[in-house]
Design a protein around this ligand. Structure first.
Ligand SMILES: [Zn+2]
Length: 98
């Protein structure tokens, strides 16, 4: 599914969990930061429906632990996101930048 980016459908997003390209309309926006930052500064990530369903059934403690782990005083948003992406890539493999 990696080859579809920039193709016929530019409204395609990549699921951060499984790496599949899915239509934006079918994806679930994954607001990993809650309301911590203004929306316009956020880099939203997306989950396909199956992965969203998976995540919804899992306890959130793991994600919260991860966020607490990579968070540090004075950490910029960009650095936080970079660390987060690094950790997600360790878990799920490379994340395609859009
Ligand atoms: Zn997925």
């Amino acid at each position: 599914m990696w080859g579809s980016r920039g193709g016929r459908d530019k409204n395609t997003v990549v699921c951060i969990a499984c790496g599949d390209s899915v239509p934006r309309a079918d994806a679930r926006e994954y607001d990993k930061e809650g309301n911590r930052w203004e929306r316009h500064d956020k880099a939203f990530e997306y989950l396909c429906k199956p992965c969203f369903k998976d995540i919804s059934h899992q306890p959130r403690t793991e994600l919260e632990a991860l966020i607490c782990e990579i968070e540090a005083d004075g950490l910029s948003q960009a650095e936080f996101l970079r660390r987060y992406v690094d950790r997600m890539e360790e878990e799920y493999g490379p994340i395609e930048e859009s």
